[in-house]
Structures are given as structure tokens and as C-alpha cells.
Design a protein around this ligand. Sequence first.
Ligand code: BCO
Length: 565
Amino acid sequence: IHKSCHGFLPAPRHLRCQFLSGAEAPRWNDHDTPEEFNFASGVLDYWTQMEKEGKRGPNPALWWVNDQGDEVKWSFREMTDLTRRAANVFTQTGGLRQGDHLALILPRVPEWWLVTVGCIRTGIVFTPGTTLMKAKDILYRLQVSKAKGIITTDTLAPEVDSVASECPALKIKFLVSDHSREGWLDFRSLIKSASSDHTCVKSKTMDPMAIFFTSGTSGLPKMAKHNQGLALRSSFPSCRKLLQLKTSDVFWCLSDPGWILAVLASMFEAWTAGSTVFIHHLPRFDPNVIVQTLSKYPITQCLAAPSVFRMILQQDFTSLRFPTLEHTCAGGEALLPEEQEQWRRQTGVLLYQVYGQSETGITCGILRGMKIKPGSMGKAIPPFDVQIIDDKGDVLPPNTEGNIGIRIKPTKPIGLFMCYQDDPVKTAETECGDFYNTGDRATMDAEGYIWFLGRSDDVINASGYRIGPAEVESALAEHPAVAESAVVSSPDPIRGEVVKAFVVLTPQFLSRDRDQLTKELQEHVKSVTAPYKYPRKVEFVPELPKTITGKIKRNELRKKEFGQL
Ligand code: BCO
């Protein structure tokens, strides 16, 4: 990948709106459903044209940095060129076709943006995943998604190779690396030699675009399938009001590219506005690097999980004043009012909240400039009609606890997932009367502000990660010390919630040192599945509470953790 010498001069604060004049991205109304939509041709190429016509400032479209001082800056023109090449690599060299699935497991590298947009240009459905995954996680995903292709780095390529023979649908493997590997196509050199002539597919708005894996109470993660409408929604006026991004903004979303938040914020939201997407490679989370980056680069807006802001606030930084930062937003888990206040006091910048899921994208939020009610996740963002509903789907009066529902009848709104791929039963289970039931509990006040309360099921939200207890229990079951286990959410001052495992030991391990065993079980879970799922708390118990039919009462254990019993 070549590095552009594209010059970048951040506009002074008082001039930051100048690039807006004459350069408005194509717009729709909140409830429009155009027959055809494609983010690559409709949005990205639009900004390329604006650049050509001198109607957009000099800021790059993508600005990537790492700790070693490497930097990549690509203009929209370069993005169009490179993503057309990527499209040709996938179709001409890789033989992939519109509708095929491509597993995308890359860290925060510039190629991630080439792959996603390259897929959108061709209609290939990308399925992002975090690089924290282990071979077993990858095997499951490749098998259930029937991915024909995979693209990853040399760190994960051996894991893929160890399971590839069990994935009959997998035909092609792309490697993003400076080294080659047998059986893998070298994406970086292919991009260099590929043609930049490519005609974007005329995708229908309802055509599938991406699949996000998302955890539930039972079983392994489900596949939330989204159509092109997920990207279209970012063009709707109500969505634009959320961050009010401009071409002069430099926007940094810290979410790992395996999650929907990165796809939405680091691509659709930012580029719809013609803003600069800023990315730090950030191979490991480090609050120091985040604070230094916000101080060094002209970042104007930043979006991250509440845990990130919490972890920064808990360090002893001498100053948290950032020269260009104007707006910050937290999403992925609950944010506490005192954290919002502490962030404002120390940085001078307000911390807003957004809420969404892999199934829904950004569902509600405090729009920039809207009154912040500390602790509230804001109001519904049209076209979503969000209501608090009971178990029959009836709308509840203000200030009454219920499930967060999004109206899907008579019309399913643009931006909501299509279905769980190959799982009509689980898809149907989310329908409740005229609503999609998020499974999240909340209240809504008379002004329409929504107040998050927790999950209605056993799903754990630890520092913004949605974790299914069954995934952790299944990993624990592989260890010889574990006779059975129950995994629940437990409160934590830093991560909001953490994973806690109640473990019944097998007889031969009963006399073992408990602290040592705890560490061993934690390391075991980290080694067989993505480490963010490991139980940070372990309690050894003689037996688990069960119903008369033998079902583990996770609910009882969870309530005890939260002092509700
Ligand atoms: O705590 P330990 O050190 O024992 O273990 C940690 C990490 O060290 C380890 N780990 C992390 N990166 C690794 C690694 N191990 C090997 N190789 C690596 N590259 O894994 C354990 C768990 O990591 P973690 O990520 O939970 O903790 P960490 O590293 O302290 O990071 C903290 C956060 C806050 C940065 C992280 O939890 C995070 O990124 N959270 C946000 C997740 C997110 O973006 N959620 C949004 C989902 S999409 C959505 O909600 C829809 C919204 C529309």
C-alpha cells in the first residue's frame, strides 16, 4: 500500500464550515426508500467528484496513524481508485460474485476500508469479526455464514488454516501482510496491479450488504443481516443531526472494526458528511495513547464505548484539555451521569450518549446541541419509532419500565436488520406485536428521553461487548476441572459489567488451590475463544441453583450479584 503525500492542513476553528458551501451530499428524507442505493457510488464517489470540482477542502478522507510514526492519508479520489481496485481483486482474481459472503477479520489497518467499500461496489456481503477471535470462533463463523472468502492478517492466517478443511464453502483466502503465505492471495500486491476501472453494481436498497455476528442468551452468535439501507440511513436528515459532521471535521471512532459501531461511525456517518475518518492502529487498548492522540492530532469529534472514557478518567492525567476536540459521544453500553459530568469538567467538552445494537444500528441518542439529561440515552432517531412496550407489544405510558421496541408494522424502517440469517425462528422471536423487541429494558419520560435499565435476558454487556453466557460456559466446559458452570453478569466500577462464572468442580480438582485454578480457567477461556469474554470473576460453588426441570437459574445468580435478592 502506498502512502499518499496528500498535504493536510487543519482548518482554523473559525473557518471550519467553509467547505460546506456547494458541497452537500445527496439527501433523502427520513422516510424515503429509494429503489436503488449504493454507498460507494452514491456517497464516496460523490465526494470524489466534489474534490475534483474544488468543492471540498484539502482534508483527507482517511487518515491512519500508528505508534511507529507511520501515516496513511488518502483523499476521496484515492479511496475511489483503491476501492475500485479492491472490487476487481475480489471479483476478477478471487472469483467472488454479488451475494457471496466474505469474512473480514482485520485490525484497524487502512485496507479494512478498501475491503468494505470494495465489497459494497460489487455487492459482496462482508461479515466483520474482531481479530481477538480464536480458531474455534473463526470456524463457527465460516461454517454458519458459508463464507466463500476470507481476508485477514498473518497473525490469524494460521488459525484459519487450522480449520479451513472443515469449511467446504471457503474457496479463497486473502492475506493483508508484507509477507506471503502459501495458499493465500497477497491483497497488498494485488491492489497495486489491479485495474481501477470498475462499474459499481446497481444495488437495490433492500439488497444484503453486511452480516454482523451478535451474541444471545443461548447458543452461539446469531447473524444479523443488514441491507444497503443501513448505509442509506446515515444520509437521512435526522441521522445527520446526531453528530452534525462537516467536511472539515476529523472524526475518530475507537471501536474495533469487528463491530457494527465501526462500520457506522468510521465509514457511513463520517463519509456521508464528507468528513475525515481518523484511525489509530491501536493494537492494544492504552488510555495514554488515546490521550496523546487527542492532543497531537486535530481531531474534532470522538466516539467510543463509555468504558474508554471511564478508563481515561480513572488515570491520573495532568491535563485532559484537547486543542481541537469539540464533541464526544459514548455508545455500546450504559454511561453514568457522574461520568458525563466528570468528563465535561476535565475536558471542557460535553459527552453525549448514543444507543444501538448490531440489529438496529444507532437507534437513539442525544443529538448534538440537544439538551443533555444526564444518564439518558436520548430520543429515538427517525425513521425509528421507538416505544417502551410490554410483553404483548402494547405501548406503555411514560416513566413505566418495559422493553425498548422499534415499530416494524405496517412498515419496517430503513436501517433495521433484515433477519437473522438462516434462522427464521430466532428472527420471529424478536417480533412483539407491531414492534421489534430489542430485549433491553428502559423507561421513556414525557419528553421522549429514554433511560436504560438493563437486559431482559441473560446477555452480558461488558465494556461494550455483548457476550452470551452459553459461549463462555461452553469454553469452560472444555476444561477438565469444570463439572458445570453458570455464567452471569456482575457489576464492575470500570467496565460497567463483567463476566462472572459460578463453577462446580469435578471431584479430582476439589483439593486444588482456588486462586491458581481461577487463573488457569481464565487463561483457558482466553485461549479457546476471544479473550474479551473471559470471566474476570470466578466463584467455586458446590452446586448451581436449578429449576425442577434442571434448567440453571442464571437469573437468580445475576440478581444476587446486583444485590437484588
Ligand atoms: O484484562 P486482561 O489484560 O486480562 O485481558 C484483556 C486484554 O488484555 C486481552 N486483549 C486485548 N487485546 C488483545 C488481548 N489479548 C491478546 N491480543 C490482543 N490483541 O483481552 C482481554 C479482554 O480485552 P478487553 O477488550 O475487554 O479489555 P481492554 O483491552 O482493557 O479494552 C477495554 C476497552 C474498553 C477498549 C474494550 O473493552 C472495548 O473496546 N470495548 C468497546 C467494545 C465496542 O466497541 N462495542 C461496540 C459494539 S457495537 C454496538 O454496541 C452497537 C452500537 C450501535
